[in-house]
Design a protein around this ligand. Structure first.
Ligand SMILES: [Zn+2]
Ligand SMILES: [Zn+2]
Length: 372
């Protein structure tokens, strides 16, 4: 106790100093001995605590009066937040945080997380169905090798910013309002680089291009994203990297039309296959399958092959393959072909013509508005 310095001496103010002067003096000292600016400096930490204790007493009218009258003994116990002053630095931030503008907001900007990056990969449908590995090149900012990210030419250290005293924040008073903003001189870093690194010109970061292998899961669809954690840009002041987001686009396939997990494929068959029924081979995304179509299958009729569509990237069941039947009319006929079809036509005329007639009658009725 006897080694305690006089509080006015600690704050370097006169015994008649006003509350404003005391506050100002304390702020100055607090910033000078701020633990952020004096890492691993126990003496600075002690000075920081000492100043806080002095401010705690002298900023309070009642405590100050007792101190003036009885010295340290007058405020013992009543002083500070605990008998022996502040236990640790976080107590001080707790008590006087608003002087600094709050603990987090007021301290000089430390390392910040880097930005996320975005890129895209274009796949064809077969790769999307099977899953694939792709190499991508990413150009991103990384810590400058020459200055190890400090921005200062090796041999020189960044200097404490004069404008904000290393605080990173400045308070501007406008009438009654106190506006706290990021220091314009150092942009919140709290220090300035006077001897800029020759490679990065003081930014502490430089560009690099790296190659990464991306594992694309089977079944991925257009618009879905993959994320490579920690592969984005390095942050300011040595902060951790952001993430790398990869947007997936899947190209249209000439044969298979995709609807989410399902696929649609048009299969051409002949008139005779449609009429008589057939076993036909249909292509799948990963092979082929046999589809039995019954006699009398109509153009546009749909068949479903369950579970033969796209796989699901999240492990849900596969989608379906929908087959749409197209009946194809031959463009050129061999003589034999023609003969047979002419015979067919004769039979159909006999059989089908009456139906056709009634069908035409119906159309006529509809067009003329006649009633049956
Ligand atoms: Zn500054
Ligand atoms: Zn550099």
């Amino acid at each position: 106790m006897s080694t305690k310095r006089d509080y006015y001496e600690v704050l370097e103010v006169t015994r008649t100093a006003s509350t404003t002067e005391i506050k100002k003096a304390y702020k100055k000292l607090a910033l000078r001995f701020h633990p952020d600016r004096n890492p691993d400096d126990s003496e600075a930490t002690e000075r920081f605590k000492e100043a806080a204790e002095a401010y705690d007493i002298l900023s309070d009218d009642d405590k100050r009066r007792r101190y003036d009258q009885y010295g340290h003994a007058g405020v013992q116990g009543a002083g500070a937040r605990s008998a022996g002053g502040f236990h640790d630095v976080s107590d001080i931030f707790e008590a006087f945080g608003d002087l600094f503008g709050g603990r987090s907001g007021g301290r000089r900007s430390g390392p910040q997380r880097g930005s996320d990056l975005k890129t895209s990969i274009v796949l064809d449908l077969i790769d999307a169905a099977t899953g694939v590995e792709r190499e991508i090149e990413v150009t991103r900012r990384t810590a400058c090798e020459h200055c190890s990210g400090s921005g200062s030419e090796p041999g020189y250290d960044p200097e404490v910013c004069d404008y904000c005293g290393g605080h990173g924040q400045v308070v501007q008073s406008q009438g009654f309002f106190r506006l706290q903003t990021t220091c314009p001189a150092c942009r919140g870093r709290g220090n300035v680089v006077r001897h800029k690194c020759k490679v990065c010109y003081g930014s502490g970061r430089e560009e690099e291009t790296v190659t990464r292998t991306v594992t694309i899961p089977a079944g991925i669809d257009t618009g879905q994203h993959l994320c490579l954690r920690g592969e984005g840009e390095v942050g300011p002041n040595g902060g951790p990297r952001g993430d790398l987001y990869i947007e997936i686009r899947v190209n249209e396939h000439p044969l298979f039309h995709r609807e989410g997990p399902h696929l649609l494929c048009e299969i051409p068959i002949s008139y005779s296959q449609a009429a008589l029924g057939a076993r036909i081979t249909v292509p799948l995304i990963d092979g082929q399958d046999t589809l039995v179509i019954p006699a009398g299958t109509q153009p546009g009729q749909m068949f479903k092959l369950r579970g033969k569509g796209m796989p699901d990237p999240n492990g849900r069941p596969r989608g379906d393959m929908h087959i749409e039947i197209k009946v194809v009319v031959p463009k050129r006929l061999t003589d034999e072909h023609r003969e047979l079809i002419e015979q067919l036509a004769e039979i159909e005329h006999v059989d089908v013509h009456p139906h056709q007639k009634s069908w035409f009658e119906k159309i006529k009725d509809l067009v003329t508005g006649a009633e049956d």
